[in-house]
Design a protein around this ligand. Structure first.
Ligand SMILES: *[C@@H]1O[C@H](CO)[C@@H](O)[C@H](O)[C@H]1NC(C)=O
Length: 299
């Protein structure tokens, strides 16, 4: 039986932006496992009363509103104007757009709003949802790269698929995480939520067992949120030269990326998702702790 090609394209089109539902949802579930009581309470009091969202739904919310709120478009990435694969580097002053902002300034802004006791509940609710999403985005290598719109304009093939929507960016957002978790290339988006819960469980176990040998560096300098954002984005951007575009643009266009390239990408994707989850949890826990200190001082 043939699947309707138009449906497949539509499904895929809805996830060409940002890690894809699977990656973002996994970052959310993984973070939740590491929440302190205060961190969990912040999520419960800000998000749960207004919706039936679980943390993974909250982590994909920013993608669902980005087209209706064009001004948020630039908050999902930072366009490092470097020259991969020869040279990667990120420069906040050079790369963060003055008016639209970037993922680093967006994390700072939403963090400040959440820390400010005068911010209303509605804005605080959205600020937390933005953070759940952007701390995921800042760990996707092609969200820290300007070249060919972060790879969106580099058409590629993956496991014999060569659709109009398939490009280097969407391979890193969706195709690699999906294959890694046993979802078919054009699996429906609803299959991502249960898969994300399982992936988060696996990653959490491996982190605990010390099997994911990475430096997690839980940066939590809330006084200067840009500092952590710059550190994370700089580290992510290194991967663009180290792996993502290392073989050169022509090579990634001409070779199917579902084979050896995929195999080499898997450990990087796992580490990036793990880092995002661990750092997101530490960030939310720090905000929650600062809030409860402020609340106690008010008494
Ligand atoms: C900060 O976030 C608020 C709420 O989302 C938004 O209205 C404002 O434009 C943002 N400011 C900057 C500089 O991004």
């Amino acid at each position: 039986m043939l699947k309707s090609p138009s449906l497949a394209i539509l499904t895929f089109a809805s996830q060409v932006v940002c890690w894809g539902g699977l990656g973002h949802r996994t970052v959310g579930y993984l973070a939740q496992k590491r929440f302190t009581n205060e961190g969990a309470e912040l999520f419960e009091t800000l998000i749960r009363p207004t919706t039936s969202f679980d943390i993974s739904d909250a982590a994909v919310w920013a993608d669902s509103i980005r087209h209706n709120r064009g001004y948020t478009e630039g908050w999902h990435f930072i366009d490092a104007k470097d020259s991969p694969p020869e040279q990667c580097n990120l420069n906040y002053a050079r790369d963060c757009k003055e008016i639209q902002g970037c993922v680093i300034s967006a994390i700072s802004n939403q963090t400040s709003l959440l820390l400010d006791p005068n911010t209303n509940q509605h804005t605080r609710n959205e600020a937390l949802k933005y953070l759940l999403h952007f701390i995921g985005d800042i760990h996707q290598p092609l969200h820290t790269e300007d070249l060919s719109r972060g790879g969106n304009d580099i058409p590629v093939s993956f496991d014999g698929h060569h659709t109009q929507r398939l490009n280097l960016h969407s391979v890193w957002d969706s195709a690699i995480p999906r294959k890694l978790n046993g979802l078919s290339f054009d699996a429906h988006a609803t299959e991502e939520k249960p898969a994300a819960a399982i992936w988060a469980e696996k990653l959490a176990k491996r982190i605990e067992a010390g099997e994911l040998s990475v430096e997690y560096s839980e940066c939590t300098n809330l006084a200067d949120p840009n500092e952590c954002g710059i550190a994370w984005a700089t580290e992510t951007n290194v991967l663009v030269c180290a792996y993502v575009l290392a073989p050169g643009v022509e090579w990634v266009k001409e070779n199917d990326l579902g084979g050896e390239y995929y195999e080499g990408a898997v450990p990087l994707v796992e580490v990036q998702i793990a880092r995002a989850g661990v750092r997101l949890a530490a960030w939310v826990n720090a905000i929650a702790a600062a809030g409860s200190v402020a609340a106690k001082q008010d008494l």
